[in-house]
Design a protein around this ligand. Structure first.
Ligand code: PRT
Ligand code: ZN
Length: 285
């Protein structure tokens, strides 16, 4: 039987969430005896552990059928792969930043400047689009120290909270690319591998759709059901079950976590009792 080979980051920022997402989707791999390649016993997938830099190429060559990697790497490397899913973690942007006391008046600021980056291809493209003539200095790590070290006038680097820029006396002036972890796939997957991929993407969606949702159960006097439903509009039609006690029902529904407390308060107000909240693990819409 076919197996879908998925490349994930060996270690680093995306490793843990990639493994967690796969696990939530029913693809568990014995992590204790981790080799560079390990097969799941629960789903026809094997994991190939690579540096994130190498994942787009591995997928475009077919050394892996799919990969989980930052969109920033996919864009920079320029290999021809498909993006099968956006995974909702590893969010960041690639931005231009300059010393904080400099006056910034638009892209032309960078004319004649030296810019340090690990993303030369994306930067080159942006400079060209904006008609800017600047020097690109490609460096592998610690790009943010380049200006203070006198190696560059500006940087083009990944930003998430912005804390690293601040602590290096820099300010973000252009947000060029927004990125998150994506599932990339080889362009020529066999039919049976495509079938595995489709199942996996379906499961990823179910995991994502359940994020931040709570399942709510309560007892409610029959005369108040209508009021309650105004507070918690159900996804399709709500589940309402009669209770043994006449005149009362049990109402079940799903609500977003951020509005949970206000919904509970409003439901109590209309007479709901015995309100029980549990988490939603998967949601298949
Ligand atoms: O070893 P390997 O080559 O596999 O890993 P790596 O060191 O090249 O990459 P890694 O693990 O640092 O990041 C993997 C991916 O995580 C990146 O390609 C992005 O898609 C994503 N990501 C999300 C980030 C960040 N957020 C991030 N903040 N990658 C790097 N950073 C860096 C950023 O450059 C800055 O220096 O973290 C620092 C802190 O950022 P602030 O703004 O929160 O201070
Ligand atoms: Zn890397």
């Amino acid at each position: 039987m076919s197996m879908l080979r998925i490349a994930i980051q060996t270690k680093g920022r995306l490793n843990e969430q990639s493994v967690a997402l796969l696990q939530d989707a029913g693809v568990s791999v014995d992590d204790s005896k981790r080799k560079f390649l390990s097969a799941s016993k629960t789903f026809p997938v094997e994991l190939l552990y690579l540096r994130d830099d190498d994942i787009p190429q591995a997928v475009s060559m077919g050394a892996a059928d799919a990969g989980i990697v930052g969109y920033n790497e996919v864009l920079e490397r320029g290999f021809d792969v498909d993006i099968a899913d956006k995974l909702g973690f590893g969010a960041c942007r690639i931005s231009l930043a300059i010393p904080k006391d400099e006056q910034y008046d638009g892209p032309q600021y960078f004319n004649g400047k030296r810019i340090a980056t690990s993303y030369p291809a994306i930067l080159k493209d942006w400079l060209k689009k904006n008609n800017v003539d600047a020097q690109i200095h490609t460096i592998a790590g610690s790009v943010e120290i380049a200006p203070a070290a006198g190696m560059a006038d500006a940087i083009f680097d990944i930003v998430s909270s912005g804390g690293t820029l601040v602590s290096n006396g820099l300010k973000e002036v252009e947000k060029v690319v927004f990125s998150e972890a994506v599932l990339i796939t080889n362009k020529a997957l066999s039919e049976d591998k495509k079938e595995i991929l489709d199942k996996l993407v379906f499961r990823f969606n179910a995991v994502r759709d359940s994020k931040g949702l709570k399942y709510l159960m309560m007892n409610i006097p029959n005369g108040k059901i209508e009021d309650a439903l105004k507070i918690v509009p159900a996804m399709k039609s709500p589940t309402i079950l009669p209770l043994a006690e006449t005149g009362w029902s049990s109402l079940h529904t799903v609500v977003a976590e951020e509005v949970l407390w206000e919904k509970i308060e409003a439901l109590k107000e209309v007479g709901a009792t015995g309100i029980l909240v549990t988490s939603v693990e998967k949601l298949v819409l």
